[in-house]
Design a protein around this ligand. Structure first.
Ligand code: 5GP
Ligand code: ZN
Length: 120
């Protein structure tokens, strides 16, 4: 995908602070971290979002999730972390290349979502 930001990172056309890579996945620090530990793990092959995956993508997605715990520990969040995969418009996905945010750090990351006030 020529114009995709994260494909450009995979190809080395845009720099990123890499955490880990192998043939299938790449992990790199988020440019605008929300917590002391905040990195992204992506499949190297372009997949637009979790909404477009097929069964053929299951192995790489399993591999991606299996790497999360080890990488989170190595990055300074050994006692847990949160995985966020924003998906599509409703999920507020800004970069259309599937990515898992791994967020954590020494302090708990806080409640999952702020509850929207009920409408009357
Ligand atoms: P989304 O809202 O799509 O789930 O999150 C996209 C994330 O990518 C954001 O947290 C944003 O800070 C991060 N990001 C956007 N552009 C770049 C970039 O060029 N390099 C890195 N390392 N992260 C980026
Ligand atoms: Zn891409």
């Amino acid at each position: 995908m020529g114009n995709c930001l994260f494909c450009k990172i995979v190809r080395g056309e845009i720099p990123a602070r890499k955490v880990f890579e192998d043939d299938e996945i790449l992990a790199f620090h988020d440019i605008n971290p929300a917590r002391p530990v905040h990195f992204l793990i992506i499949p190297k092959r372009h997949i637009a979002s979790l909404a477009t995956v097929t069964d053929a993508d299951a192995p790489v997605l399993g591999h991606l999730l299996a790497a999360a715990s080890r990488l989170a520990s190595e990055q300074g969040s050994p006692d847990g972390f949160r995985v966020i995969i924003n998906t599509g418009r409703i999920g507020h996905q800004e970069v259309p290349h599937l990515h898992a945010h791994i967020v954590g750090g020494p302090e708990p990351v806080g409640p999952m979502l702020k509850r929207i006030a009920p409408t009357a």
